[in-house]
Write a protein that binds this ligand. Sequence first.
Ligand code: SF4
Length: 107
Amino acid sequence: MTACNSLSRRRFLTLAAAVAAVPVALHGGDAQAADLPLVTADDPTAKGVGYVADAATAKSPAFKAGSACAKCALYSGAAGAASGPCGIFPGKAVSAKGWCTAFAPKG
Ligand code: SF4
């Protein structure tokens, strides 16, 4: 398996898990979103998708300037909030300024 295929497979699995988790994340509502613990760097899922709390520090070649959790389709934080739920981190919040390799621009 090539590195490219491995990355594509990992990204597919990550996105599949995210899609499955979105209803759970959205069900929580904004009141609960404020109470969610922030994802930490040692979180296994965060490591798997290369999550960083500040997109400016992203080292992945997949990163595109201007990308951030607040602009991601999997992010459900309130407009202007510093953090909010993400579909791939059920029960946790990500930084609005964060980023990971599963980034999918809002449509
Ligand atoms: S870019 Fe941010 S909101 Fe989008 S999937 Fe990654 S951690 Fe979640």
